[in-house]
Design a protein around this ligand. Structure first.
Ligand code: SF4
Length: 301
């Protein structure tokens, strides 16, 4: 209680705003001004004018995206080691090599990429709009970074495009197993099973629906089902329950945790506010180029 009060006072004093990703621990979601997916949060940060400091509770590529869209603000991530292994699987040098190999292809990058890779990307996309972006870009051949499962999902929806998938994956979503889906179907036969497109294709094929985290939040609200089995990182269940108290939510199999997301604690948020640690610093050229690839996304959705 005391710590929460201190955080709120410091936030006021520093004219800061706290943004938290849907996968953050519940205590962080509780003190945040906004909770959402990475792009929603970065956009939110760029729209709000009356503050100077953004405390971004998420992983590094997300804080970078906030910096790219709000370069005039100070963006702080409370734990510098909170990275995304999926984003790190597409490194700058290898992407350059791939571009040389397929010079006529467009590079479409999922927002889960680091800033230097966004800067050499033609268009960014989210898991929610990847299908539209791939369908609408004026290119037949696409290098799709960095998640091979999202790339598989898009290929099912847009078979007319040639998609060259990157061989990356999210270790958290990779943990969902076919057996878990089968068992969930037996145990909760009336429930809807909704999974994230970062899950393996076999899991996506068995599920009732495939959605991004924001897509899941919307789907649950409009669905007539009372029970849902959730195939994404465990943190989202806290928000699903909070926003839909009349419905029931269960993890698909054992809870799947992103350990990088959980590196951020209230203590570290307090330190971030007090010491302004760790600030996201990006070269101007990277910011400029990466911003263009994010802005271009809006033309194709
Ligand atoms: S859940 Fe997966 S994609 Fe999301 S931050 Fe963690 S490792 Fe990266």
């Amino acid at each position: 209680m005391e710590r929460k009060k201190e955080i709120l006072e410091l936030k006021e004093k520093k004219k800061a705003i706290i943004l938290a990703h849907n996968y953050q621990i519940s205590e962080i979601q509780e003190i945040a001004d906004f909770v959402g997916d990475s792009l929603e949060l970065a956009k939110k940060a760029s729209e709000l004018k009356n503050f100077k400091v953004i405390i971004f509770c998420g992983v590094k590529f997300m804080a970078e995206t906030a910096k790219i869209l709000s370069p005039e603000k100070k963006v702080i991530i409370p734990e510098i080691d909170a990275g995304c292994p999926l984003a790190d699987m597409a490194d700058y040098k290898s992407v350059i090599e791939m571009k040389k190999k397929y010079p006529d292809a467009w590079v479409i990058s999922y927002v889960n990429t680091n800033a230097d890779v966004k800067a050499i990307t033609d268009v960014c996309c989210t898991s929610g709009n990847a299908e539209k972006v791939v369908r609408n870009v004026p290119a037949k051949k696409i290098i799709f970074l960095p998640d091979k499962n999202l790339s598989w999902y898009v290929k099912q929806k847009v078979p007319e495009k040639e998609i060259i998938p990157w061989n990356g994956y999210c270790y958290v979503h990779k943990k969902f197993k076919v057996e878990e889906v089968k068992r969930a179907k037996e145990k909760y036969s009336d429930a809807e099973i909704i999974v994230h497109p970062e899950c393996d294709p076999e899991i996506q094929q068995l599920a009732d629906g495939i959605y991004s985290t924001s897509g899941m939040l919307k789907k649950v609200k409009i669905s007539n089902s009372k029970r849902f089995i959730i195939g994404t990182e465990e943190g989202l269940i806290y928000r699903l329950k909070k926003e839909n108290p009349e419905k029931e939510f269960y993890s698909l199999g054992f809870p799947k945790i992103c350990y990088d997301m959980k590196k951020i604690t209230l203590e570290k948020v307090k330190r971030a506010l007090k010491e302004e640690k760790y600030e996201i610093i990006l070269e101007e050229e990277i910011i400029e180029k990466a911003r263009k690839s994010l802005e271009r996304m809006l033309q194709y959705v």
